[in-house]
Design a protein around this ligand. Structure first.
Ligand SMILES: Nc1ncnc2c1ncn2[C@@H]1O[C@H](COP(=O)(O)OP(=O)(O)O)[C@@H](O)[C@H]1O
Ligand SMILES: [Mg+2]
Length: 369
C-alpha cells in the first residue's frame, strides 16, 4: 500500500504518536509522529545523529520514550518488552554468534521461543531458502563472505515470522554492487512476505530507490514524509532540497506572485517558478531557487539563457556527463549541470563560454535562509 498522508493510529501497523526522547541535554527525538501502513516499506533517511537509530530502538523496545506512545498493530507497546513485540531486526554489525553454524544462528530465535524441533527445522530451511543460502547450513560465520553473513542475519530476522522488520543501515558495510543486489533482493523478499518494514539509512540514493515512502529527518524531527518521487520533486524545505538528490541553490529576488506562480529575478533574467512555498513573502524579498542538475540545459553563447558562465570541470559518468559551470554575477558561484549521453564532453570543452537555461517550472523556491 502507498498511502500519501500520515496514517492514524488504528490503521497503522506501527504508529509513533508525538514521541520524544532525550539523552541528558541532547534531544534525540522531538515530538515525532509517524504511521507506517501494513506491508509498507518506510525508510528513515537523515544525516548521522538525527535520531534514526533511536526511533528504531524505540520501536524495538530497547529504549523507552520520554513522551508519547508507540503502537504496533493498534496495540500500545510502551510497556511491552522486546521479545513480545514480534520484531525482526537486522543491524549494520550483524552480530552472528561466531561459534554457531548458520542453521543454529537462524534457529536461535525459535529455540528461545520454544518452537518444537520439527517445525524449527522446517522454518530454518524455509528462511535459508528465502535468502538463497541452501547448502550453507553447517558453515560457521567466519567461513562466509560479508554478503552471505548479511543473508544469515536477514534469515535470522525473518524466521520468527515478525510483524515488523527493523533494519538499521544493514548494507552500509557492503561494496557498491553487492549493496545494490542486496537492496533489490530485500525488496523482493519483503514484497513476497508482505512484511511491514522500517529501514534506516543515511544514503539518499538507497532511500530513493527502495522506499514506498521515506521520512527525511534532521535534528530529531521528521522534515518530510512522502514517496520518493514526491520528496525529490517537491522537497518541503531547503534542508530536504539539499539533502535528497543533487541540487543547485541560486539566489534570486521575488518580483511578483500570483495564483501560485511567482516571477523571480535571477541576475538580469526573469523566470517564472512555482510559488506555493512563498505565500506572504514581500516583493523584492530574497529567495532561494533549488534547481536539479538535470533541470539545466547548456546552450551556445548568444542563445536565450538565464545564466552565463564557463565550463570549469567535466565529470564523465558513463551514461551522462556532469559539468561544473562557473558563473559571473550574483546568482551563485558554481553550477552542477547534468547532460545525458556523452556528447557534452566534446561539445562544451573546458573553458568554453556557455549559457545555461533553466526548466524553471520544476524547481523549488523558498524564502532565502
Ligand atoms: N545512549 C546514548 N547516550 C547519549 N546520547 C545518545 C545515545 N544514543 C544516541 N544519542 C544521541 O542522540 C542523537 C541521535 O542519535 P542516533 O539515533 O543514534 O542518530 P542516527 O542513528 O540518526 O545517527 C545523537 O546526538 C546521539 O549522539
Ligand atoms: Mg544510527
Amino acid at each position: 500500500m502507498k498511502p500519501s498522508a500520515n496514517l492514524e493510529g488504528e490503521q497503522a501497523a506501527v504508529h509513533f504518536d508525538v514521541v520524544s526522547k532525550r539523552f541528558d541535554d541532547v534531544v534525540a527525538l522531538n515530538d515525532v509522529t509517524l504511521g507506517i501502513g501494513r506491508s509498507e516499506f518506510v525508510t528513515l533517511l537523515g544525516p548521522s545523529g538525527c535520531g534514526k537509530t533511536t526511533l528504531l530502538k524505540l520501536a524495538a523496545g530497547f529504549l523507552g520514550p520520554d513522551g508519547g506512545s508507540i503502537s504496533i498493530e493498534g496495540k500500545r507497546v510502551n510497556d511491552i518488552p522486546t521479545y513480545q513485540r514480534g520484531i525482526g531486526m537486522m543491524f549494520q554489525n550483524y552480530a552472528l554468534f561466531p561459534h554457531m553454524s548458520v542453521a543454529e544462528n537462524v534457529a536461535y530465535g525459535l529455540k528461545t521461543r520454544r518452537v518444537p524441533r520439527a517445525e524449527r527445522d522446517k522454518r530454518v530451511a524455509d528462511a535459508l531458502a528465502l535468502v538463497k543460502l541452501m547448502g550453507m547450513e553447517n558453515r560457521k560465520p567466519r567461513q562466509l563472505s560479508g554478503g552471505q553473513q548479511q543473508r544469515v542475519a536477514l534469515a535470522r530476522a525473518l524466521v520468527i515470522n515478525p510483524t515488523v522488520l527493523l533494519l538499521d543501515e544493514p548494507f552500509s558495510a557492503l561494496d557498491k554492487s553487492l549493496r545494490s543486489s542486496m537492496q533489490v533482493e530485500l525488496r523482493e523478499i519483503q514484497r513476497k512476505l508482505g512484511l511491514t518494514t522500517i529501514f534506516v539509512t543515511h544514503d539518499q540514493g538507497e532511500a530513493l530507490s527502495m522506499s514506498d515512502r521515506m521520512a527525511v529527518m534532521s535534528e530529531g524531527r521528521i522534515r518530510q514524509l512522502g514517496s520518493p518521487v514526491d520528496v525529490y520533486r517537491s522537497p518541503a524545505d531547503p534542508f530536504v532540497a539539499s539533502f535528497v538528490g543533487d541540487n543547485n541553490r541560486l539566489r534570486g529576488q521575488l518580483v511578483s506572485i500570483q495564483a501560485e506562480q511567482a516571477i523571480v529575478a535571477l541576475g538580469d533574467a526573469l523566470v517564472q517558478v512555482p510559488g506555493e512555498r512563498l505565500s506572504g513573502l514581500e516583493k523584492s524579498a530574497a529567495v532561494d531557487l533549488f534547481v536539479r542538475p538535470e533541470q539545466f540545459r547548456i546552450v551556445a553563447p548568444g542563445e536565450p539563457c538565464v545564466i552565463k558562465g564557463s565550463v570549469v570541470a567535466q565529470i564523465y559518468q558513463g551514461g551522462h556527463v556532469d559539468l561544473q559551470i562557473e558563473c559571473s554575477g550574483s546568482v551563485g558561484d558554481r553550477l552542477l549541470v547534468r547532460s545525458p549521453g556523452e556528447q557534452a564532453v566534446l561539445r562544451w570543452p573546458m573553458g568554453a563560454p556557455v549559457g545555461v537555461a533553466i526548466q524553471a517550472d520544476r524547481c523549488s523556491v523558498f524564502p532565502a535562509a
